[in-house]
Design a protein around this ligand. Sequence first.
Ligand SMILES: *Cc1c(COP(=O)(O)O)cnc(C)c1O
Length: 366
Amino acid sequence: MIPVTRPHLPARERVKRYIDGIYERQWLTNNGELVQELTRRLEDYLGVENLLLVANGTVALQVAYRALGLSRPTEGERREAITTPFTFVATASSLKWEGVDPVFSDIDPATWCVAPSEIEQHITDRTRAIVPVHVFGNPCDVEAIQRIAEKHRLKVIYDAAHAFGVRYKGESILKWGDAATLSFHATKVFHTAEGGAIIFKRREDLELARRLINFAITGPESIEGLGINAKMSELHAAMGLCVLDDIDDVIAQRHEVWKQYGHALAGSVRFQKRHPDATNNFGYAPVLLESEQQVTGLLNRLTEVNVKARRYFYPSLHTVSEYRTAQPMTTSRYIAERILCLPIYGGLPSNDMRTIVHTLISQLSK
Ligand SMILES: *Cc1c(COP(=O)(O)O)cnc(C)c1O
């Protein structure tokens, strides 16, 4: 079976050396040596400061909301954050879990990121933040979003789960917003099996979040406020350090796959309009088909040849009962119904690639 993605597994010998070190130190978690080393190396690789490693990308969002004062409304108070319906469910569920109502704002039909022109109509006196997503690593219109946030005094937390290593106008895209969060889940471009990170704009927010992820414990006999356990373990950091050694190669291999889809499918499908001032990490290979029938037809045909493409992100979250809104979100619905993410990962064998491309071309020309 050809999966939609396959996690990069670094050389076992290198992982073993880190595991040996863990056995020698007998230190498994709580801001250990490897977590500290990975923090430094990621800040260096990404070109950012104030990076905090956490247990996964969902809790990264939740801790970011807490550290920035969004969560914990007082009794009876309603709070809202404006976000996109075209995303992985964790963007919206993390808000609801923190007691903040996600309010959807429709996306741009070309970039598939939240459309700044749609945001302001959803702002009420309950709105506290904007939570945009760099969909498939394609940067949002960060300048326009910042202008809106400043005008209405809102926090901005970017769900940058797809944007590892993406550079915008020569700098890390993760520098935008009061915070940006990453997911290091096994299926992401860079991974630690499970894991994530928050990049804060301000040092003091990082320091607060560092306390929150360790039960709000501030000393051997002191607890200040409400915390949670969201720490990364040494074993996860070891995997991350090994994957980071290989990351440029991983991205280059994904780029090759992406180029082949680009050549083979030009004219048969539509592609996401990528921001011209941004790099791509080739985390996903999304294509937009003409109709939902074409999507299901193609999915069936691909299943017959053992290829697993995926409908990311379908359904549009505004149609899911937990998050349902009366507002139509026409563009999100349109894109969600027609999107298909094709297999992409380093080491995708070229004969498998030929099978996929051949199947796509013959099915799409029907
Ligand atoms: C993967 C993902 C998350 C969640 O990250 P986990 O590490 O799996 O918790 C959040 N948002 C988006 C857009 C994602 O793709």
